[in-house]
Design a protein around this ligand. Structure first.
Ligand SMILES: [Zn+2]
Length: 136
């Protein structure tokens, strides 16, 4: 399967999964359960904005929204493009992880806890635990 077909398949899978979650009014399973946004929060809404012709809004929802389906297509569906170069793949994934974590930290500093998609869920386990601590 060509990379373009894999990319389109992964893009469709992201949009379909997002659509199902949207129908059940669940925007992120991590946020729903833990109460805190995850590093991928806003990705599906970013892709949805791009599909609707709003690239600026898409970048607001997640600056790396475009990278997630590319990474999925590259890694999840066989054959993996660079399977024989494991050492190089390792450094690429370390860089990608660092990029996502850096963007996550910046978004948490700028948007958490009020602005979507980095808002909190007060019913999440971690926030309920935090609020139950006798800290004063
Ligand atoms: Zn999330």
């Amino acid at each position: 399967m060509s990379f373009l077909k894999r990319l389109l398949l992964c893009l469709g899978a992201v949009v379909a999964a997002g659509g199902i979650l949207w129908c059940f009014d669940i925007h992120c399973l991590v946020k729903e359960w833990l109460g805190l946004p995850c590093p991928l929060c806003g990705t599906v809404r970013g892709i949805a904005c791009l599909v609707q012709g709003n690239p600026v809004d898409a970048l607001y929802w997640h600056p790396l929204f475009w990278l997630t389906p590319i990474l999925m297509a590259w890694h999840l569906l066989p054959p993996v493009g660079f399977s024989g170069e494991k050492k190089r793949n390792c450094w690429i994934w370390i860089g990608v992880t660092a990029l996502y974590l850096g963007v996550y930290v910046m978004r948490m500093i700028l948007l958490f806890p009020e602005a979507a998609p980095m808002d909190s869920n007060p019913n999440g386990v971690l926030l309920q635990l935090w609020n139950s601590l006798p800290l004063g």
